[in-house]
Design a binder for this molecule. Structure first.
Ligand SMILES: Cc1ncc(COP(=O)(O)O)c(C=O)c1O
Length: 397
């Protein structure tokens, strides 16, 4: 059977990672892969996570399956983290949450639910977006198209073009939005823009699917959840894919949740029933380890405060790196060409380089960035900022 399959080239970022691994130069620099790194260049296990993990392991008496909905205290905590304790949609019983293997699992389950509920619904993602959105959502059988999003020369959202494109969508279409820290551009909507977008979505009967993979790494835990809370207040239905990979550093533990905000309590119960059946068909029960760690942190006020403080330090480090990199590039280029980096949010920015310059960065300077010229600002050690600025000048000057 397998001889009928065609060999596959590694996907974009996988190829960058392979090239980085094969590079023997000791000065090589990985700004491709999208993980947070601290000052020493490592992706740490957060101290609160380590402590919660030890407590959880000491207490755990069984490895029997968790239920179909996953770890319920975890789900309740994620719902509160995302929507806030007093959100009216929660108070009205309009919200259900199911634990998933990472944000990817949440996106896939949301897409499967859309297929079930709205056969043929059109889904649009921002141009550009995280490259995995298209195969993840399209793999569920949905048609995925794009809407204009990024104003590259300004490094901001091309909001008028975004609104104009969404205005033309048929009612029932699904709009994938990045809740905060847009990947790959780092360009987020302002609060006024989110309000205008919410008005359009409500008026045109469009369903937002909000991908929240970086809550806490933009402006803070509550601030980053502001847009999704606002949508859930103003719209009858919202789907949310939440990930604990970045904000708890639980990448490999595959920890996330899909949240469905529905029109009423009856619809919420139906949505939960379908989400559980959909999950049953793919992974049956989600992995518990990461979720149990998060639930342990949630249940212990001291651990929770420790985690939030660690996350805030990570956030502040990325924000400071942005300012330093923008200043170094301004000095090196003698022009404001990269000033936009300072005004963006989260771990990523697009440098706007062509494929030749991206290739040259790797082959001549041992600096690896994604093929679309996305750099991971959190992956940039402070002593390397000057080197990156000089290197960029030599390939893009
Ligand atoms: C925009 C976006 N959405 C979702 C994810 C999925 O994260 P997870 O590792 O939790 O599946 C990522 C991870 O890089 C991401 O960047």
């Amino acid at each position: 059977m397998f001889e009928t399959l065609q060999p596959q080239a590694p996907e974009g970022l996988m190829a960058t990672m392979a090239a980085f691994a094969a590079d023997r130069d000791p000065s090589k620099l990985d700004l491709g892969v999208g993980v947070y790194r601290d000052e020493s260049g490592t992706t740490p296990v957060m101290a609160a996570v380590r402590a919660a993990e030890a407590a959880m392991l000491a207490r755990q008496t069984t490895k029997a399956y968790v239920g179909f909905g996953g770890n319920r205290p975890f789900a309740a905590f994620i719902e509160e983290l995302v929507l806030g304790a007093g959100h009216p949609a929660r108070a009205a019983g309009r919200v259900v949450t199911l634990q998933t293997p990472g944000g990817c699992g949440a996106l896939r389950l949301a897409a499967d639910l859309i297929v079930l509920a709205g056969r043929g619904a059109r889904v649009v993602v921002s141009d550009p977006t995280w490259p995995n959105h298209v195969p993840l959502i399209g793999g569920a059988g949905l048609n995925v198209d794009t809407y204009p999003y990024y104003d590259a020369p300004r490094g901001t959202v091309a909001f008028e073009a975004t609104l104009a494109a969404l205005e033309r969508l048929a009612a029932g279409s699904v709009v994938v939005l990045h809740g905060s820290c847009h990947n790959p551009t780092g360009a987020d909507l302002t609060r006024e823009q989110w309000l205008a977008l919410a008005e359009l979505l409500a008026r045109r009967g469009l369903l937002p699917l909000v991908d929240l993979a970086y809550q806490g790494l933009g402006d803070g835990l509550d601030a980053d959840a502001g847009p999704v809370r606002l949508l859930a207040e103003r719209l009858p239905e919202v789907l949310i894919a939440a990930s604990c990979s970045k904000n708890f550093g639980l990448y490999r533990e595959r920890t996330g949740a899909v949240i469905a905000v529905t029109a009423g309590a009856r619809e919420a119960a139906i949505a939960m029933g379908h989400l559980q059946l959909l999950a049953r068909r793919i992974w049956s029960f989600p992995p518990d380890h990461g979720a149990a760690i998060v639930a342990t942190i949630a249940a212990d006020p001291a651990l929770k405060a420790q985690w939030a403080a660690e996350l805030e330090r990570m956030r502040a480090r990325v924000a400071a790196q942005r300012l330093k990199l923008a200043a170094a590039l301004r000095a090196e280029f003698g022009a404001p060409r990269f000033d936009f980096i300072a005004g963006q949010r989260g771990m990523f920015s697009l440098l706007g380089l062509d494929a030749r310059a991206v290739g040259q960065l790797a082959s001549e300077h041992h600096v690896y960035i994604a093929g679309d010229s996305r750099i991971n600002i959190a992956g940039l050690p402070e002593p390397q900022i000057g080197r990156l600025a000089r290197t960029l000048r030599s390939v893009a000057g």
